[in-house]
Design a protein around this ligand. Structure first.
Ligand code: UD1
Ligand code: MG
Length: 465
């Protein structure tokens, strides 16, 4: 990004294991609202127009790198094979940042930072011609954070574990977010040592070293501490999730979404909502889900990576995953739609139905107790209660094609692969193993036989009268 003449790059430190999470998953991939911690600062930076961004990976770096490449292909990945501290990580990246005039360094475990705050902070650094600026904030309980120790005009950072009891009383803490003139950082970074309680190279030590070198350093105190909450353990993860959840809900309610119970509604950061959307209590919307205008999402519904077109009614207790629901369709209650299912417009799917990897065309109905898997259901076809597409033969999945305007009798079993024409009727209880041509009735069940007088003969056998 160009700031006047100043070329800026951003380095995110994400190589640490996150010991305090007590998990095999690297810390920056732990999720808030179903997206990894690292998603949040990266998407803020990109939305603020930053282009030259690198992430330092290390612990389980392969999976962190894979996630970055999948989600943000434009971002550069650097490696810190041995995690010897934040100062060591910054030093390893020198070959990359040395070509810029300033480098912003951010921790990967601080997901609540806002682009606007960063922009103001960076602008102040440039306007004041600082060699080093870092963001600090006040915390009533500063345990764990580096303390900002001010002595007249000079300032240094002491890590919690190295601080004296007096220094620990200091409530102003280091956010872990810095901007350095690369020339200033480069001249002190080899001078960092690991003579401290954690035997690590601390990046915060660079602040004092730059000051000793005569560089201008500035601790910029921010007013909103929540933006700097570092995630080091599951408690902090949950606390950050609840802040982010409220931010997202406030944004959508400000834009007109009616959310009846914000406390039990969870909406991920990539979700898009149209106008006049109404959300009932206990709803979760995740991933790249998009909800069209005029939709209602009923209670106990979880939708992920799916599209609802306009005016869809989700009655409640519905799970939709990687699928699409066409306009004016109604779905639920107790429905599972998954794996690339496509419901076209004006479709009705209701009451204990599962639709998997199938197309249900306009005006078709699957109202009760059915499984539709690997199938194509034609326009205005009605699927009777209890119908099943028997798609799996024990080895592979097979396809069922049902034409337009069919009337499928209750409890029909379609043994796939099978093709049913248009305007077909199947008799209730049929097990359909052969194709049915257009306009035909398919009957595949034993003929009924009535045995007269059978009940009274049975009573006599049992000794009744
Ligand atoms: C760090 C700061 C502390 C500050 C706090 C704010 C240091 C020494 N301390 O402490 O002053 O108050 O952040 O949240 O920097 N990382 C690497 N490589 C490493 C070590 C860490 O990439 O060798 C990454 C981690 O993945 C993490 C970030 O750097 O994203 C910060 O590391 P962490 O161990 O969380 O530092 P804190 O103890 O929180
Ligand atoms: Mg941390």
């Amino acid at each position: 990004m160009q700031h006047g003449q100043n070329k800026i790059c951003v380095l995110i430190l994400a190589a640490g294991k996150g010991t305090r999470m007590r998990s095999k998953t690297p810390k920056v991939l732990h999720k808030i609202l179903e997206e990894p911690l690292l998603y949040y600062p990266l998407s803020e930076l990109i939305s603020a127009g930053f282009k030259d961004i690198s992430v330092m990976v290390g612990f389980s770096g392969e999976i962190v790198e894979e996630w970055i490449k999948g989600e943000f292909s434009e971002i550069n990945v650097l490696w810190q094979k041995e995690q010897l501290g934040t100062g060591h990580a910054a030093r390893l990246a020198r070959d990359w940042w040395k070509d810029y005039e300033n480098v912003v360094i951010l921790p990967g475990d601080t997901p609540l930072i806002k682009a606007d705050t960063l922009r103001k902070f960076i602008n102040a650094h440039i306007e004041n011609d600082n060699s080093c600026s870092f963001l600090s904030f006040d915390l009533p309980d500063p345990a764990g954070y580096g303390r900002v120790i001010r002595d007249g005009l000079s300032v240094r950072i002491v890590e919690h574990k190295d601080a004296t009891p007096d220094e620990r009383k200091c409530r102003e803490v280091n956010s872990g977010m810095y901007v350095f003139k690369t020339s200033a950082l480069s001249s002190v970074i080899d001078g960092l040592n690991c003579v401290n309680s954690q035997k690590e190279y601390y990046l915060p030590d660079a602040v004092a070293l730059i000051e000793q070198d005569g560089g201008r350093t500035d601790a910029v105190k921010a007013s909103d501490a929540t933006e700097f909450l570092g995630i080091n353990d599951p408690n902090q993860l949950a606390a950050a999730a609840s802040v982010m959840k409220k931010r997202i809900l406030d944004k959508w309610m400000d834009s007109g979404v009616r959310c009846n119970d914000p406390a039990s509604t969870w909406i991920g950061p990539k979700v898009e909502l149209g106008e006049d959307v109404e959300i009932w209590p206990s709803v979760q919307l995740w991933g790249r889900t998009s909800i069209g205008s005029g939709c209602t999402v009923g209670s106990f519904t979880v939708i992920s990576d799916s599209v609802l077109e306009d005016c869809v009614e989700i009655v409640g207790s519905v799970r939709i995953k990687k699928s699409r629901v066409g306009e004016r369709s109604t779905v639920g209650p107790f429905v599972f739609i998954r794996d690339g299912a496509e419901l076209h417009s004006d479709v009705h799917v209701g009451r204990f139905v599962e639709i998997k990897k199938s197309t249900v065309r306009s005006g078709a109905k699957v109202p009760h107790l059915s499984y539709v898997g690997d199938a194509d259901i034609g326009e205005k076809t009605n699927i009777g209660a209890g119908t099943i597409t028997c798609n799996y033969d024990g080895e592979k999945k097979n396809f069922t094609k049902i034409g337009n305007n069919c009337f499928v009798g209750s409890d029909t079993m379609f043994v796939a692969p099978v093709t049913i024409g248009d305007d077909v009727v199947t008799a209730a209880g049929s097990v359909i193993t052969q194709d049915i041509p257009d306009g035909a009735l398919g009957v595949a069940r034993a003929r009924q036989k009535n045995i007269e007088g059978w009940s009274s003969r049975r009573k006599i056998r049992k000794g009744g009268n």
